[in-house]
Design a protein around this ligand. Sequence first.
Ligand SMILES: Cc1cc2nc3c(=O)[nH]c(=O)nc-3n(C[C@H](O)[C@H](O)[C@H](O)COP(=O)(O)OP(=O)(O)OC[C@H]3O[C@@H](n4cnc5c(N)ncnc54)[C@H](O)[C@@H]3O)c2cc1C
Length: 339
Amino acid sequence: MQLHTDIPLKNYTTMRLGGNARFMTDIHSVDELASLCQHAAEHQLPIFVLGGGSNTIVRDAGFAGIVARNRIMGYDIIDDQPGASTIRVGAGENWDETVKRTVDAGLSGIEALSAIPGTVGASPVQNIGAYGQEVADTIMSVDAYDMHQSQLVTLDNEACGFAYRHSIFRGDQAGRYCIVSVTFQLSKSSPQPPFYAAVETYFAEHNVTLFTPAAVREAVTDIRKNKLPDPAELPNAGSFFKNAIIDDWLYRELIEQYPDMPSYDMPEHRHKIPTGWLIEQTGLRGQTLHGMRIHDKNALVLINESASSYEDLKNAREAIKDAVRDKFRIDIEQEPLEL
Ligand SMILES: Cc1cc2nc3c(=O)[nH]c(=O)nc-3n(C[C@H](O)[C@H](O)[C@H](O)COP(=O)(O)OP(=O)(O)OC[C@H]3O[C@@H](n4cnc5c(N)ncnc54)[C@H](O)[C@@H]3O)c2cc1C
């Protein structure tokens, strides 16, 4: 294990902003991770676990500890039944390559999560979701190194506390666990309609009638290509805001005022409102604020066009949040975590 010093984190995060890591290293095994934790404890240094950096925003001060990039690999079929397969995948594996591998094996459950950047280990952290699927629906368990207790633990699905774009790993246990592998149970049955609206439309337009995991993957990959900027060309962190979930009383007031407002019913009489729509209504779509452009094809995405610091991003974020709050009385929440 080699610790590198003063590493610019903007080179390791897709938003390409922010300061340096005092130390940085790659972790390839649980043993390396255990030694790193011991070293960090001896020198009283905090550890931040990084995957692909596609959902992490770095502040200008950087990180005065050790950034550990998770590179623990592996893909094992641990159970194979007539209707389902159980696979355990190393946290450092690329997410989209893993989806491709499962789809090539004819397995269903994560095909609609195709083309999401990042690593397998980060997938449970915010319970990644897209086009009608959420990774939590396929996760049986997560193996993680408990950096507080210095031991390897297995957390079952319930213990992960999954919710919409949320889990314990970004909630009250943030910073405690380094995920080393994720175990998924995937189905051998074909995905069944109805699909997410955009996928349904794609299938109709492309005369797709055989619904396989591969067909869903191809549809989603194609749809995303036209809607989301490639971080390699235009720095961004995907959806910068979570969709808004509001109480029924506010929903009733707003729908009277804005009858076209899209919404999805949620448990406990709550309603999910697409934040992209809310931002569009403020007239900010396509505008550039403090060097951050609000993507013209998807107002949820902020592109770092010419921002030179986290401070610029913060100012742009606050201006967007204020505009949405002033118009709708809704407080929108940032999706990527900050370091
Ligand atoms: C163009 C684009 C499109 C996107 N589309 C979607 C989408 O459709 N749906 C969606 O849900 N997300 C989407 N995202 C967000 C992002 O890709 C996902 O959140 C992804 O899971 C992040 O993976 P990462 O490895 O890059 O995470 P990182 O940014 O490296 O880390 C994210 C968080 O997870 C923690 N973490 C990472 N690895 C581990 C580990 N092994 N153990 C413990 N904690 C860990 C980090 O500490 C950090 O807090 C998109 C991002 C981009 C840039």
